[in-house]
Design a protein around this ligand. Structure first.
Ligand code: F0G
Length: 442
């Protein structure tokens, strides 16, 4: 088997077995990469093979992750793969968003159209497959909601017990409902995501439970296929830039690794820039970058985009590396900018959850500051489905969205109102034909 784990720290680079339970380097606690002695000799032939697999009904070929298996060859036994036909997500041209941001054209790759409604499924099929390869019966994660929903579903498919640690009162109902329905043991911890993360790490280190948080390098292997599939869908025409929200920074890390590997293997001859967008007050990566700090500058995170309400992201070093490799950058957007961008994405008939809208908000900002050129070929990755967090959307359109509010519409304090610039509130109308015709202007 050609896969192995390797410490990402330059001065360590320790290699360890892919079946070790450790998720960090046993010598220096550095993050680990899954590495391979790739067997690919002719990238053009591989591209053709990927294309031909679209006509196949083999379960691996039907998956938008395993269709590209030669680029993540860590599973020696195809029968062990746990798949729900994840990936296969569309790229939409988004004229309203393009006009709003100032770009000539903008494309949205909608990862929210995955089986459980977020990009986490791309990673979870790989993570749960690895758990199965290691004969794990119980898997665990800490989550702001999407990872837990995805892990619960894939664990159910694999016949494993799922334990999820979520921050009390801070996850959107759409996500919570999924974990409950998929049968996961759901532990709501007092405190925020970063505390839940710390607990799950301690518990998985000391027990047989397999950790499926994004520090798990196998999950990131699955998420690489978001980039691979995007390029395949574009006939391998390389965009100038890929824009992605930043929370725990798993996605941006895997995008960097995918782009670097595709470049090294000769699939692409230039690297699209990876631009990461964080919420203004959940901005540890941006702060670290601006301050040129060698250590992560943690923050106490605040944002209504609960998916990215993270102040101590585990994969920050890999995200730094992604930006370095691709000449990328990280920026921040305000709650107001996120809310308005989300409504504009909706106008394109697409829709997403708040965290995803950081992308369009970020592009608009970076066009204004001339970091992005109007002519650039940009793909924004929408990470989660609109229906994950309906409270946010309904509150925005009813002019009732506050920065300091809980997810359940029970206001903690009515403070820092977000302007509903593009509100589309429902109208109350009497159930009488004349009244309705009047409202319709007929
Ligand atoms: N968008 C959505 C919809 C997410 O759920 C997440 C992360 C992100 C963006 C950020 O991605 O962590 O790879 O930088 N959600 C995690 C979770 C933290 O637990 O579901 P990232």
């Amino acid at each position: 088997m050609s896969a192995y784990l390797q410490c990402i720290e330059e001065n360590c680079q320790k290699r360890i077995s892919p079946t070790t339970k450790a998720h960090v380097c046993p010598d220096c606690s550095g993050l680990l990469d899954v590495m391979y002695d790739f067997q690919i000799t002719d990238p053009d032939k591989s591209k053709q093979t990927f294309q031909q697999r679209r006509l196949s009904n083999d379960p691996l070929d039907l998956s938008g992750v395993w269709r590209y298996r030669e680029l993540l060859p860590f599973c020696p036994d195809p029968a062990k793969v746990v798949t729900m036909q994840e990936g296969n997500t569309p790229i939409y041209e988004a004229p309203h968003c393009a006009e709003y941001t100032g770009l000539k054209r903008l494309h949205l790759k909608h990862q929210g159209l995955n089986p459980t409604g977020s990009f986490k499924d791309n990673g979870m099929t790989a993570g749960v497959t690895q758990a199965r390869l290691m004969n794990s019966r119980m898997v665990a994660c800490a989550s702001t909601g999407n990872t837990s929903a995805s892990m619960a579903a894939y664990a159910a498919r694999a016949g494993m017990k799922a334990v999820i640690f979520i921050p009390d009162q801070q996850i959107a109902f759409g996500k919570l409902s999924q974990s409950l329905d998929y049968g996961a043991l759901t532990l709501q911890l007092e405190g925020d995501f970063d505390e839940a993360m710390k607990m799950v790490k301690e518990i998985t280190e000391e027990s047989e439970v397999y950790l499926l948080k994004s520090i798990n390098p196998f999950r990131l292997e699955g998420q690489k296929t978001i980039i691979i599939e995007m390029l395949a869908q574009r006939g391998w025409k390389i965009p100038d830039r890929v824009v992605v929200p930043g929370g725990n920074l798993g996605n941006s890390s895997s995008f960097g690794k995918a782009i670097k590997e595709l470049h090294d293997l000769g699939f692409i001859d230039k690297m699209p820039m990876v631009t990461i967008i964080q919420a203004l007050r959940a901005n540890p990566l941006h702060k670290t970058l601006i301050d040129r700090s060698a250590r992560l500058i943690r923050v106490e995170a605040h944002t209504l985009a609960t998916a990215i309400k993270i102040g101590n992201p585990v994969s920050w070093k890999k995200a730094m590396r992604a930006m370095e490799w691709t000449r990328g950058w990280c920026d921040v957007v305000s709650e107001q900018e996120i809310a308005d961008a989300k409504a504009i994405i909706g106008r394109d008939g697409v829709g997403c959850e708040p965290a995803s809208a950081t992308t369009v908000a970020g592009i608009k900002k970076l066009i204004q500051t001339r970091e992005i050129d109007k002519e650039e070929d940009v793909v924004a990755v929408l990470t989660g489905n609109l229906l994950k967090d309906p409270d946010y959307t309904v509150n925005y359109h009813q002019n009732n969205l506050y920065e300091k509010a809980s997810y359940k519409n029970e206001l903690i304090e009515r403070k820092d109102k977000i302007q509903s610039t593009f509100a589309n509130a429902p109208l109350k109308v009497k159930a009488r034909k004349e009244e309705i015709l009047k409202v319709l202007g007929l």
